[in-house]
Unconditional design. Structure first.
Length: 413
């Protein structure tokens, strides 16, 4: 059993002059950045930086080529039919808001309803909640099974002729289980309903195949994929984008404009006003190349082995209370676990772990309603990345023991 990751040396944050003792267990929030990605972004900023899609000079043309080659790279990564179905955004949150405001809102009425699940991140709850509030429409919530995935039978019963969209996560950012997204797409499409999938937690742990999933919209953020923050992707199937009005208005998205009216260019550039985040796109492309070079087989095996070890080690601690028991086979074990320490507040645990250079997330993880369903206000979340090892999990277990000894047992005395 190896005690270190074969790829940890690719991440400068662990170097001797940075944080050599860091045990980073918060990849579900954001993955750390490998040197390959940082170097590509640095090289662009220093030697190639220009405004894309606007200038007639060579530097600008080069930047334009980087953006469009990046669009093609992402299309290949998602197995999307064509790069024209991909919009570069600031991240998953903006992508969902584009769909909510430009695809769904124009169709809203009092009789309409929108279906989400009870495990959604606030980014995939609040836009739908607000649109339903504005139009006095209904937001319907699909429950979870005892295994922590969306209950497809219950979801199917919520769908009717007035359902405008089903918006669900590919992988829960709290429970970590993979939802049956292809099956849900089939159920919705039988009734002529579009489906949006929040893929933020899925993209770093295996190939995402849009063609097999069959969704209408898919979203993710680069920083969940070992890339930079501030860059994301919205996939929209077929001609959806062509029928949607632009979300943000500004330069670079018009064919013709007068003081009275504007004629917009074709998608996807219609949804990319202003200056492209070229350096972010460069970082995203390099992150995809970095992961492809490792191979998804090796990535999946590494994370799966660590997940098994993490779940087993936490199960040995009787004072650790997972939000959901992980009674499943090895293949379906999540890359993150959310739990509580009996008698200890999650924030106290996280603070003590931080004093031992262990980074975990504590709180509601932007999923308050889900925590309320479990009857708790907060939890501790440990999530895994390429740089993690069995040694990291051993350190976590020791630190959790220390936290329990310090806080919970003291309360009993």
């Amino acid at each position: 059993m190896a005690t270190t990751s074969a790829w940890k040396h690719d991440f400068p944050i662990f170097s001797a002059n940075a944080h050599p003792k860091l045990c980073y267990l918060d990849s579900a929030a954001t993955c750390l950045t490998p040197k390959h990605v940082a170097d590509a972004m640095y090289h662009y900023q220093c030697y190639s930086h220009a405004n894309s899609h606007k200038g007639l000079y060579q530097l600008s043309a080069n930047a334009t080529e980087l953006v469009e080659k990046g669009r093609n790279k992402v299309a290949e990564f998602l197995n999307a039919p064509t790069q024209s179905e991909l919009v570069f955004t600031s991240g998953t949150t903006e992508s969902i808001n584009i769909v909510a405001n430009c695809f769904v809102a124009p169709k809203m009425n009092r009789d309409a309803n929108i279906v989400i699940s009870s495990a959604e991140h606030h980014a995939n709850l609040l836009p739908w909640q607000e649109i339903c509030r504005l139009h006095d429409a209904e937001l319907r919530i699909a429950p979870l099974t005892l295994s922590g995935i969306i209950d497809t039978k219950a979801l199917d019963l919520l769908l009717d002729n007035n359902t405008l969209i089903v918006a669900i996560s590919h992988v829960s950012n709290v429970l970590g289980f993979i939802n049956p997204v292809a099956e849900i797409c089939q159920l919705a499409h039988k009734k002529g309903i579009a489906v949006l999938i929040d893929g933020a937690q899925a993209v770093a742990h295996g190939n995402v195949n849009i063609a097999e999933i069959g969704c209408d919209f898919y979203t993710f953020s680069a920083h969940k994929l070992y890339g930079p923050t501030g860059c994301g992707v919205l996939y929209a199937k077929g001609d959806h984008l062509s029928h949607m009005p632009p979300y943000i208005l500004g330069g670079g998205i018009i064919n013709k404009v007068t003081f009275q009216e504007a004629e917009y260019i074709n998608s996807p550039l219609k949804f990319e006003p202003g200056s492209h985040n070229v350096v972010g796109i460069v970082g995203l492309v390099e992150a995809i190349d970095y992961l492809n070079d490792i191979s998804w087989f090796d990535i999946t095996r590494h994370i799966s082995d660590l997940s098994t070890y993490l779940v087993d080690k936490l199960a040995d601690l009787d004072f650790v209370k997972p939000l959901l028991k992980h009674n499943c086979n090895v293949q379906s074990l999540p890359s993150l676990v959310s739990f509580q320490l009996e008698g200890v507040h999650a924030h106290d645990v996280a603070s003590l772990l931080d004093s031992e250079n262990i980074a975990v997330r504590a709180g509601h993880h932007c999923a308050q309603p889900l925590h309320q369903m479990f009857g708790v206000h907060s939890s501790i979340r440990s999530s895994l990345g390429l740089y993690n090892s069995y040694q990291d999990i051993d350190r976590l277990v020791i630190a959790l023991n220390n936290a329990y000894q310090l806080f919970a047992i003291r309360e009993l005395e």
